[in-house]
Write a protein that binds this ligand. Structure first.
Ligand code: 13P
Ligand code: SF4
Length: 303
Protein backbone atom coordinates (compact mmCIF):
# COMPACT_ATOMS: atom_id res chain seq x y z
CA UNK A 1 0.00 0.00 0.00
CA UNK A 2 1.24 3.50 -0.83
CA UNK A 3 2.63 5.42 2.15
CA UNK A 4 0.59 8.53 3.10
CA UNK A 5 2.54 11.79 2.74
CA UNK A 6 2.14 12.64 6.45
CA UNK A 7 3.56 9.20 7.37
CA UNK A 8 6.40 9.63 4.88
CA UNK A 9 7.24 13.00 6.54
CA UNK A 10 7.23 11.39 10.01
CA UNK A 11 9.44 8.53 8.84
CA UNK A 12 11.94 10.78 7.01
CA UNK A 13 12.14 13.22 9.94
CA UNK A 14 12.90 10.35 12.33
CA UNK A 15 15.44 8.73 9.99
CA UNK A 16 17.26 12.02 9.44
CA UNK A 17 16.94 13.29 13.02
CA UNK A 18 14.95 16.41 12.09
CA UNK A 19 12.60 18.51 14.25
CA UNK A 20 9.87 20.17 12.17
CA UNK A 21 8.96 23.72 13.27
CA UNK A 22 5.95 25.57 11.82
CA UNK A 23 4.44 29.03 12.24
CA UNK A 24 0.69 29.47 12.82
CA UNK A 25 0.34 31.11 9.38
CA UNK A 26 1.21 28.00 7.34
CA UNK A 27 -1.63 25.73 6.18
CA UNK A 28 -3.33 23.59 8.82
CA UNK A 29 -2.15 20.31 7.28
CA UNK A 30 1.46 21.51 7.52
CA UNK A 31 0.93 22.61 11.14
CA UNK A 32 -0.48 19.13 11.84
CA UNK A 33 2.71 17.52 10.47
CA UNK A 34 5.03 19.66 12.63
CA UNK A 35 6.66 18.79 15.97
CA UNK A 36 6.46 22.37 17.23
CA UNK A 37 3.97 25.04 16.15
CA UNK A 38 3.87 28.56 17.52
CA UNK A 39 4.39 32.29 17.20
CA UNK A 40 7.76 33.82 16.31
CA UNK A 41 8.87 34.12 19.96
CA UNK A 42 8.00 30.52 20.85
CA UNK A 43 9.71 29.22 17.71
CA UNK A 44 12.96 31.09 18.40
CA UNK A 45 12.92 29.99 22.07
CA UNK A 46 12.19 26.36 21.23
CA UNK A 47 14.86 26.30 18.52
CA UNK A 48 17.54 26.64 21.22
CA UNK A 49 16.40 23.56 23.14
CA UNK A 50 15.74 21.01 20.45
CA UNK A 51 17.40 17.61 20.88
CA UNK A 52 17.33 16.64 17.18
CA UNK A 53 20.49 17.47 15.21
CA UNK A 54 18.58 19.20 12.42
CA UNK A 55 15.68 21.64 12.00
CA UNK A 56 13.19 21.91 9.14
CA UNK A 57 11.44 25.28 9.16
CA UNK A 58 7.94 25.70 7.75
CA UNK A 59 7.78 29.47 7.59
CA UNK A 60 9.52 32.39 5.90
CA UNK A 61 13.28 33.00 5.51
CA UNK A 62 13.84 35.22 8.54
CA UNK A 63 12.50 32.44 10.79
CA UNK A 64 14.91 29.87 9.40
CA UNK A 65 17.73 32.41 9.68
CA UNK A 66 16.88 33.05 13.35
CA UNK A 67 16.97 29.30 14.03
CA UNK A 68 20.40 29.11 12.36
CA UNK A 69 21.72 32.22 14.15
CA UNK A 70 20.82 30.65 17.50
CA UNK A 71 21.95 27.12 16.53
CA UNK A 72 25.09 27.31 14.39
CA UNK A 73 25.84 23.62 14.94
CA UNK A 74 22.52 22.43 13.61
CA UNK A 75 21.65 22.10 9.97
CA UNK A 76 18.55 24.23 9.28
CA UNK A 77 16.56 23.49 6.15
CA UNK A 78 13.59 25.37 4.72
CA UNK A 79 10.44 23.82 3.27
CA UNK A 80 10.58 26.49 0.53
CA UNK A 81 13.55 28.81 0.07
CA UNK A 82 11.46 31.34 -1.85
CA UNK A 83 9.06 31.88 1.06
CA UNK A 84 10.28 35.29 2.18
CA UNK A 85 8.66 38.12 4.15
CA UNK A 86 8.78 41.44 2.23
CA UNK A 87 8.86 43.40 5.50
CA UNK A 88 12.13 41.64 6.43
CA UNK A 89 13.89 43.72 3.75
CA UNK A 90 12.30 47.09 4.50
CA UNK A 91 15.29 48.64 6.27
CA UNK A 92 18.17 50.32 4.53
CA UNK A 93 21.38 49.60 6.52
CA UNK A 94 22.57 53.18 5.85
CA UNK A 95 19.49 54.51 7.63
CA UNK A 96 20.52 52.65 10.80
CA UNK A 97 23.98 54.26 10.65
CA UNK A 98 22.41 57.67 10.02
CA UNK A 99 20.16 57.39 13.09
CA UNK A 100 23.06 56.14 15.24
CA UNK A 101 25.11 59.17 14.17
CA UNK A 102 22.28 61.59 14.95
CA UNK A 103 21.40 60.06 18.35
CA UNK A 104 24.30 58.60 20.32
CA UNK A 105 22.02 57.21 23.04
CA UNK A 106 19.63 55.39 20.68
CA UNK A 107 18.76 51.69 20.97
CA UNK A 108 18.05 50.09 17.60
CA UNK A 109 15.17 47.72 18.29
CA UNK A 110 14.65 45.24 15.48
CA UNK A 111 11.44 43.27 14.95
CA UNK A 112 12.52 39.67 14.21
CA UNK A 113 10.79 40.01 10.84
CA UNK A 114 14.07 41.22 9.33
CA UNK A 115 17.10 39.75 7.58
CA UNK A 116 20.21 38.52 9.44
CA UNK A 117 22.15 41.55 8.08
CA UNK A 118 19.64 43.97 9.62
CA UNK A 119 19.64 42.08 12.93
CA UNK A 120 23.46 42.24 12.91
CA UNK A 121 23.27 46.05 12.92
CA UNK A 122 20.74 46.20 15.78
CA UNK A 123 20.98 46.33 19.57
CA UNK A 124 18.13 44.01 20.40
CA UNK A 125 15.45 42.00 18.61
CA UNK A 126 11.79 41.75 19.58
CA UNK A 127 8.76 39.76 18.49
CA UNK A 128 5.19 40.98 18.68
CA UNK A 129 4.63 39.13 21.96
CA UNK A 130 7.68 40.46 23.82
CA UNK A 131 8.31 43.88 22.18
CA UNK A 132 6.78 45.91 25.01
CA UNK A 133 8.57 43.95 27.76
CA UNK A 134 11.92 44.19 25.96
CA UNK A 135 11.59 47.92 25.14
CA UNK A 136 10.63 48.73 28.76
CA UNK A 137 13.61 46.70 30.04
CA UNK A 138 16.11 48.68 27.95
CA UNK A 139 18.10 51.41 29.74
CA UNK A 140 17.82 53.69 26.68
CA UNK A 141 15.09 56.32 26.53
CA UNK A 142 15.37 56.78 22.77
CA UNK A 143 14.26 53.85 20.58
CA UNK A 144 14.68 53.44 16.83
CA UNK A 145 12.07 50.80 16.03
CA UNK A 146 12.61 48.90 12.74
CA UNK A 147 11.11 47.84 10.37
CA UNK A 148 7.38 47.68 11.28
CA UNK A 149 5.77 51.09 11.68
CA UNK A 150 2.51 49.68 13.06
CA UNK A 151 4.07 47.47 15.73
CA UNK A 152 6.43 50.33 16.63
CA UNK A 153 3.53 52.75 17.12
CA UNK A 154 1.56 50.20 19.13
CA UNK A 155 4.52 49.59 21.47
CA UNK A 156 5.11 53.36 21.75
CA UNK A 157 1.48 53.87 22.83
CA UNK A 158 2.13 51.48 25.77
CA UNK A 159 5.55 52.93 26.68
CA UNK A 160 5.04 56.71 27.06
CA UNK A 161 8.29 57.01 29.04
CA UNK A 162 10.30 56.27 25.87
CA UNK A 163 10.98 58.44 22.83
CA UNK A 164 10.47 56.63 19.54
CA UNK A 165 11.86 57.09 16.07
CA UNK A 166 9.74 55.04 13.70
CA UNK A 167 10.53 53.39 10.41
CA UNK A 168 8.19 52.93 7.45
CA UNK A 169 8.11 49.12 7.09
CA UNK A 170 4.81 47.25 7.06
CA UNK A 171 3.20 43.85 6.54
CA UNK A 172 1.11 44.02 3.39
CA UNK A 173 -1.24 41.31 4.71
CA UNK A 174 -2.13 43.16 7.91
CA UNK A 175 -2.12 46.53 6.16
CA UNK A 176 -4.78 45.24 3.76
CA UNK A 177 -7.21 44.87 6.69
CA UNK A 178 -9.12 48.16 6.93
CA UNK A 179 -11.22 49.73 9.68
CA UNK A 180 -14.17 49.57 7.24
CA UNK A 181 -13.65 45.76 6.92
CA UNK A 182 -13.69 45.46 10.70
CA UNK A 183 -16.78 47.66 11.10
CA UNK A 184 -18.63 45.59 8.46
CA UNK A 185 -17.65 42.37 10.26
CA UNK A 186 -18.88 43.85 13.56
CA UNK A 187 -22.21 44.75 11.95
CA UNK A 188 -22.53 41.20 10.63
CA UNK A 189 -21.52 39.67 14.00
CA UNK A 190 -22.52 42.18 16.70
CA UNK A 191 -21.74 39.79 19.59
CA UNK A 192 -18.20 39.14 18.44
CA UNK A 193 -15.01 40.34 20.11
CA UNK A 194 -12.37 41.74 17.76
CA UNK A 195 -8.89 40.20 18.19
CA UNK A 196 -6.11 41.90 16.24
CA UNK A 197 -2.40 41.46 15.60
CA UNK A 198 -0.27 44.58 16.32
CA UNK A 199 0.98 44.59 12.70
CA UNK A 200 -2.51 45.97 11.87
CA UNK A 201 -2.88 49.72 11.32
CA UNK A 202 -3.70 52.09 14.21
CA UNK A 203 -7.32 52.59 13.11
CA UNK A 204 -7.90 48.81 13.06
CA UNK A 205 -6.25 48.42 16.48
CA UNK A 206 -8.52 51.18 17.81
CA UNK A 207 -11.49 48.88 17.09
CA UNK A 208 -9.94 45.81 18.76
CA UNK A 209 -11.02 44.29 22.08
CA UNK A 210 -7.68 42.50 22.33
CA UNK A 211 -4.31 43.05 20.64
CA UNK A 212 -1.64 40.36 20.64
CA UNK A 213 0.70 38.03 18.79
CA UNK A 214 -0.67 34.91 17.11
CA UNK A 215 -0.14 32.80 20.28
CA UNK A 216 -1.67 35.49 22.45
CA UNK A 217 -4.75 35.70 20.19
CA UNK A 218 -5.17 31.91 20.41
CA UNK A 219 -4.75 31.95 24.22
CA UNK A 220 -7.15 34.84 24.62
CA UNK A 221 -9.88 33.19 22.51
CA UNK A 222 -9.36 29.85 24.28
CA UNK A 223 -9.60 31.30 27.80
CA UNK A 224 -12.41 33.74 27.00
CA UNK A 225 -15.99 33.06 28.08
CA UNK A 226 -17.04 34.66 24.79
CA UNK A 227 -17.82 32.33 21.90
CA UNK A 228 -17.74 34.57 18.80
CA UNK A 229 -14.64 36.35 17.50
CA UNK A 230 -13.57 38.48 14.56
CA UNK A 231 -9.92 37.73 13.76
CA UNK A 232 -7.65 40.42 12.28
CA UNK A 233 -4.57 38.48 11.27
CA UNK A 234 -3.46 35.87 8.72
CA UNK A 235 -5.92 33.01 8.08
CA UNK A 236 -3.49 30.20 9.03
CA UNK A 237 -4.32 30.99 12.67
CA UNK A 238 -7.85 29.65 12.16
CA UNK A 239 -6.50 26.08 12.19
CA UNK A 240 -5.27 26.22 15.81
CA UNK A 241 -8.18 28.45 16.90
CA UNK A 242 -10.73 25.88 15.72
CA UNK A 243 -8.66 22.87 16.89
CA UNK A 244 -8.61 24.30 20.40
CA UNK A 245 -12.13 25.73 20.32
CA UNK A 246 -14.37 23.58 18.11
CA UNK A 247 -17.50 24.99 19.77
CA UNK A 248 -16.55 28.68 19.19
CA UNK A 249 -17.04 30.74 16.04
CA UNK A 250 -14.26 32.67 14.30
CA UNK A 251 -14.80 35.12 11.45
CA UNK A 252 -12.34 36.84 9.15
CA UNK A 253 -12.83 40.44 8.03
CA UNK A 254 -12.81 39.71 4.31
CA UNK A 255 -10.88 37.69 1.81
CA UNK A 256 -7.42 39.27 1.83
CA UNK A 257 -5.96 37.79 5.01
CA UNK A 258 -3.54 35.46 3.20
CA UNK A 259 0.23 35.68 3.31
CA UNK A 260 1.30 34.36 -0.10
CA UNK A 261 4.74 33.52 1.22
CA UNK A 262 3.51 31.44 4.16
CA UNK A 263 1.11 29.73 1.78
CA UNK A 264 4.02 28.51 -0.41
CA UNK A 265 4.65 25.78 2.18
CA UNK A 266 2.95 22.50 1.25
CA UNK A 267 3.21 18.95 2.58
CA UNK A 268 4.88 17.91 -0.69
CA UNK A 269 7.60 20.56 -0.20
CA UNK A 270 8.10 19.47 3.42
CA UNK A 271 8.55 15.86 2.22
CA UNK A 272 10.92 16.89 -0.59
CA UNK A 273 13.03 19.08 1.70
CA UNK A 274 13.40 16.10 4.06
CA UNK A 275 14.28 13.76 1.18
CA UNK A 276 16.84 16.16 -0.36
CA UNK A 277 17.99 17.56 2.99
CA UNK A 278 17.83 20.97 1.25
CA UNK A 279 17.51 23.92 0.76
CA UNK A 280 19.78 24.72 3.66
CA UNK A 281 20.03 28.08 5.48
CA UNK A 282 23.61 29.28 4.99
CA UNK A 283 24.79 32.49 6.66
CA UNK A 284 28.03 34.40 6.58
CA UNK A 285 29.65 33.48 9.92
CA UNK A 286 30.59 37.08 10.81
CA UNK A 287 27.00 38.23 10.18
CA UNK A 288 25.64 35.25 12.15
CA UNK A 289 27.81 36.07 15.16
CA UNK A 290 26.77 39.74 15.12
CA UNK A 291 23.09 38.84 14.70
CA UNK A 292 23.33 36.37 17.61
CA UNK A 293 23.84 39.18 20.15
CA UNK A 294 20.52 41.06 19.65
CA UNK A 295 18.55 37.83 19.30
CA UNK A 296 20.05 36.37 22.45
CA UNK A 297 19.55 39.67 24.29
CA UNK A 298 15.85 39.44 23.37
CA UNK A 299 15.63 35.94 24.83
CA UNK A 300 17.30 37.19 28.04
CA UNK A 301 15.19 40.36 28.43
CA UNK A 302 11.91 38.62 27.56
CA UNK A 303 12.34 35.91 30.23
P1 13P B 1 3.86 36.41 15.57
O1 13P B 1 3.85 34.94 15.33
O2 13P B 1 4.97 36.78 16.47
O3 13P B 1 2.54 36.88 16.04
O4 13P B 1 4.22 37.12 14.17
C1 13P B 1 3.41 37.26 13.12
C2 13P B 1 4.11 37.33 11.81
O5 13P B 1 3.86 38.15 11.00
C3 13P B 1 5.08 36.33 11.45
O6 13P B 1 5.38 36.50 10.12
FE1 SF4 C 1 5.67 38.92 6.51
FE2 SF4 C 1 3.18 39.69 6.90
FE3 SF4 C 1 3.64 37.35 5.76
FE4 SF4 C 1 4.18 37.72 8.38
S1 SF4 C 1 2.17 37.76 7.41
S2 SF4 C 1 5.48 36.71 6.87
S3 SF4 C 1 4.85 39.87 8.37
S4 SF4 C 1 4.17 39.35 4.91
Amino acid sequence: MEEKISEEIKRLAKEKDVAILAHYYVDGEVQAAADYVGDSYYLSKIATGIEQKNILFCGVSFMGESAKILNPDKKVIMADELADCPMAHMVDLDRIEEVRKSYEDVAVVCYVNSTAEIKAKSDVCVTSSNALRVVKALPNKRIFFIPDNNLGRYVASQAPEKEFIFHDGFCHVHKSITAENVKAAKTAHPDALVLAHPECTQDVLALADFIGSTSEIIDYATKSSHSVFIICTEMGIFYELTQKNPQKKFYSVGHRQFCPNMKRITLEKVRDALKNFAPEVVLDEAVRQKAYEPLNRMLELAK
